[in-house]
Design a binder for this molecule. Structure first.
Ligand SMILES: Nc1ncnc2c1ncn2[C@@H]1O[C@H](COP(=O)(O)OP(=O)(O)O)[C@@H](O)[C@H]1O
Ligand SMILES: [Mg+2]
Length: 406
């Protein structure tokens, strides 16, 4: 059937409806939450769980406002752990970052970048941990092999939503030292994060292949494109062929702040104007979210004044530990025996190691594992994967002479 709707008012000129969550209310991130209105004035929702999102536009169109709005939505689900990065460094995300975020940073100096890359490395570990937890859950609790709102509420599982918002993300991907690693981790988060309850939201003013790697733009499941200047940027955010199909964010006027083509929720691209939440309002909403979190004992990390733990100054020395753990009298030792001995020596470090992990961990030192003879506890001889003590000694000698030369 045909539906005809006649609007007599410009979307951008009509009076914006106040955001329903501005003064009260909380959120379940597994349900759609309204964030803007369509051309007929109807609220449009976004379910932040299970997505990765990209926001693109030329400067001054409302990217940061929109990202902040999405982060405020996350803040209002008190279970959600926020990681907020304002790489322009103007403090636009401080309201939400300082009030509720677990990790937050504004700026793009070396210290800010180191903080961020350390956080991302931890997030990737967290993603791996979550994948394992999800796999180990009984089918009836986790039928689709992904987090549910019930699972997210069980604190013992640690499967609460994690929402990572990055404004002007091109700074990360173009970074000369860590750019490749930022890209690698973010691609991983975009592909495997959603099922584990981790949501990455990236905003950029230069949507091209350097500022948002192809693997990210191609896999993001939610896209917001405010005004852009050309077909290339348009399709970078909205997907290949969007411009040809007539989905053109190039047609938006300069005055149309906060107006975007929105693609997500399994629907066709729609024109939506984001609710206007300015800095003052953002601050009061974030404060409300903070109070809710404080009451629930859910405030942690940056917002609670905690610094991330620094890397331990003296890290363990695997070669030395192996030589200590394995008796001098054994020229060859199986991985499984070595790992058990290591676990006894430093349970906190090696307690969880599987035999194959030793093979991987030794590689950087140039020590290879191979089939070696040994005997089982029962005294039977067998050929299994293991290491030679002589190889360890050689690696230590090489390392020490290298250190002396340097
Ligand atoms: N949803 C909105 N409705 C109305 N005006 C908006 C909206 N979002 C942003 N603006 C206006 O546009 C300006 C630029 O927004 P900002 O998010 O800083 O742009 P960008 O990050 O794209 O450079 C804001 O200062 C605000 O005045
Ligand atoms: Mg901005």
């Amino acid at each position: 059937h045909l539906r005809l709707w006649v609007g007599d008012e410009d979307l951008a000129k009509s009076r914006p409806a106040p955001w329903p969550l501005a003064q009260s209310g909380t959120v379940d991130l597994f349900q759609p939450v309204v964030w803007g209105t369509d051309q007929r004035g109807r609220w449009v929702g976004i379910t932040l769980m299970f997505i990765a999102g990209v926001i693109g536009a030329i400067p001054r169109m409302g990217k940061t406002f929109l990202l902040r709005l999405l982060l405020l939505i996350a803040a209002l689900d008190i279970r959600a752990e926020l990681h907020t990065y304002d790489l322009k460094g103007t403090g636009d995300l401080d309201a939400v970052g300082d009030r509720v975020a677990h990790r937050h940073r504004a700026g793009e100096e070396a210290a800010d970048i180191e903080y961020a890359i350390a956080d991302l490395r931890e997030l990737r570990e967290e993603m791996r941990r979550r994948a394992k937890v999800i796999r180990s859950l009984p089918r009836d609790m986790c039928p689709e092999s992904k987090v549910t709102t019930e699972l997210a509420s069980k604190r013992s599982l640690g499967l609460h939503p994690i929402v990572i918002g990055v404004d002007e993300c091109q700074v990360w991907f173009e970074h000369d030292k860590h750019g490749a690693e930022f890209e690698e981790i973010c691609v991983d988060l975009v592909k495997r994060g959603p099922a584990t309850g981790m949501v990455l939201l990236l905003a950029t003013q230069r949507p091209d292949k350097d500022s948002i790697p192809k693997a990210i733009s191609a896999n993001a499941s939610a896209r917001w494109c405010l005004k852009v200047m050309g077909q290339v940027e348009n399709d970078m955010v909205l997907g290949t062929g969007a411009y040809k199909r007539g989905v053109r964010a190039t047609l938006f006027a300069w005055a149309e702040k906060g107006v975007c083509y929105f693609l997500g929720e399994g629907a066709d691209a729609r024109i939506v104007r984001a609710a206007l939440v300015d800095a003052v309002l953002a601050d009061s909403i974030a404060l409300r979210a903070r109070v809710l979190r404080e009451r629930a004992g859910r405030l942690a990390g940056h917002a609670a004044g905690e610094q991330p733990e620094a890397e331990p100054a003296v890290s363990y020395d695997l070669l030395a530990d192996l030589l200590a753990a394995v008796p001098d009298s054994t020229p060859k030792v199986w991985n499984e025996v070595a790992v058990a001995a290591l676990a006894e020596l430093r349970p906190g470090v090696y307690g969880e190691w599987a035999p194959e992990q030793l093979t991987l961990a030794l590689k950087p030192y140039g020590v290879r594992t191979g089939q070696v003879w040994g005997s089982t506890e029962g005294g039977k001889s067998a050929n299994r994967r293991g290491i030679k003590r002589a190889d360890l000694l050689k690696a230590v000698a090489e390392r020490d002479s290298g250190a002396a030369a340097a």
